[in-house]
Write a protein of this length. Sequence first.
Length: 194
Amino acid sequence: MGSATAATYEWLCAEFTDGADETWLCAGFVRDLSPREALRRIHVTPGSLGESGQGVAAYAAGGGTVLIEYGSPRTVYDKAHLLSAGTTAAAVYVNINNDGFTYCVDGRRITTFSLYAYSLRKGFDPDRLQADVEDLGMDIDGDQLGFSDDPVSSALALAERATGVRLSAARFTGPALIGSTDHIYLMAADALGS
């Protein structure tokens, strides 16, 4: 078990929580990759956010890279298996409609679950992170009345523990490589229209 706790990432949750107290965040932690390589693996070219304002920022972090997605898509979460080739990656996303945590090792989804339904986890080895999940106070059996105080911060701490990658507030306010994801969603829309 690592030392990250929910308190470690309260600042990041606050950064992505709106005035209605809703958190909109998609973050990926990737061990031993540079920001440029992490973006390359998910087919994002460094440049700027697209016209839609959607894109990914890649921050150099302790132990690797942390990717933060801007806009509503979940490219980072959906492509965590690509990020993990030859290493490990964990991703967290949450918005008003949905949420999730995924942990991948060398292209294989080890465990995936909802932040509010750990008991429904699935994957190649879905119980691998259970000791950390319990230590972070996340709801193991779905028996808790209500939810943990901060499941998003706990999930971000779990991503750090799983990958060994830490994003500090200082690194988050520093430079990042940024690229648009508009082309990814245009290709997907074109494929659906065919």
